[in-house]
Design a protein around this ligand. Structure first.
Ligand code: NDP
Length: 314
């Protein structure tokens, strides 16, 4: 534990669109926000390619560049952005405690949670065994390593569809393993998949096992209707089956829904603890867009500012 605990008016946990937007608003409101960036500075957008649906970028922009812009704007107004991750919190008192990197204690009058969500895994032992040796949850990060090779991707949502088309540009062949007889992805994304000749969609199928020696050499899949098994000869295996909120450290203090998303008072970012506000994907399982995350980040900063004013903190 550090000898002297730092105290701040506003501490922002997480650095995606929600966190940076909260920082811009909080800094401009003279709340002198400190941001703890977390494990993946910039959040999920740093592992995507093109963003075409964020207003203000008529020609689209790249996710990592967009987050650099968000960061620069937050810094311009004086946000104190720091490396590190919040390993635990204590919301038992009127002043909220957080522990950074398991050793440094900080306190704050208001906390804005913007910890986002992380990729889900299938839960296979072989998936863990080959993680980093052919298994990945980020096509955009790792697709490059499989240039000219055959790969598989599991999932049927927009992410899977987007990543499959991305991989198809680099790889010889992409098998898309879909567990039902239809995809969840938007019609536009499905259309893109169907129009990509080197993607083969395999419906009604589950992955039984990922096989390999030092690295992945194949995936054993099973047809859910016929029970028939098939071995796909692939060197890359991508998982794109959705995300879960990064809210574990808050579970002893905050009300979460059954899937772990932080519950907020409708129409606000207020949690069950006064002075603690939640924004972005950590509290949103419905929209999960950069623009909605940014919107709730803005709301959280305004809610925090009003809370401080009501408490007489200047
Ligand atoms: P989703 O939750 O939308 O989709 C997850 C997919 O994974 C579903 O098709 C689901 O199958 C499948 N799945 C889940 N678990 C398993 C499993 N154990 N085995 C096999 N398949 C499984 O997540 P996404 O990450 O795709 O998207 C999240 C949100 O982000 C969505 O709202 C999406 O629209 C949005 N998004 C938008 C983009 C854009 O506009 N450019 C790009 C990417 C995402 P099933 O359908 O059977 O449930």
């Amino acid at each position: 534990m550090s000898e002297k605990t730092e105290h701040h008016k506003c501490l922002i946990i997480g650095s995606g669109p929600a966190g940076y937007t909260a920082a811009i608003y909080a800094a401009r409101a003279d709340m002198k926000p400190v941001m703890i960036q977390g494990m993946q500075p910039g959040g999920q957008l740093t592992i995507t390619t093109e963003v075409e649906n964020y207003p203000g970028y008529p020609k689209g922009t790249m996710g990592p560049e967009m987050m650099e812009d968000f960061k620069a704007q937050a810094e311009r107004f004086g946000t104190d952005i720091r490396w590190g991750f919040v390993s635990s919190v204590d919301f038992s008192g009127p002043v909220h405690k957080v522990i950074v990197d398991e050793k440094t204690e900080m306190t704050a009058d208001t906390i804005i949670i913007a910890t986002g969500a992380s990729a889900k895994w299938l839960g296979l032992e072989s998936e863990q065994k080959y993680n980093g040796f052919g298994v990945s949850a980020c096509a955009v990060c790792d697709g490059f390593f499989f240039k000219g090779q055959d790969v598989a991707i599991v999932g049927a949502g927009d992410t899977a569809a987007e990543e499959a088309t991305y991989l198809a540009k680099l790889c010889k062949k992409v098998y898309m393993i879909v567990r039902r007889n239809e995809m969840r992805a938007s019609k536009a994304m499905q259309h893109r998949v169907m129009n990509t000749p080197n993607i083969e969609v395999i419906y009604n199928s589950e992955t039984k096992e990922i096989v390999g020696d030092k690295a992945v050499t194949g995936a054993r899949i099973i047809d859910r209707n016929s029970g028939e098994e098939r071995l796909l000869a692939v060197t890359g295996f991508f998982v794109a089956i959705g995300h879960e909120p990064n809210t574990q450290i808050f579970k002893d203090w905050l009300d979460l829904d059954e899937t772990g998303y932080i519950k907020t008072i409708p129409g606000s970012t207020k949690t069950n603890i006064p002075g603690v506000f939640a924004s972005g994907d950590a509290q949103d399982h419905i929209y999960r867009q950069a623009v909605t995350a940014a919107g709730t980040g803005c709301m959280a900063a305004i809610d925090a500012e009003r809370y401080l004013a009501a408490q007489g903190v200047h």
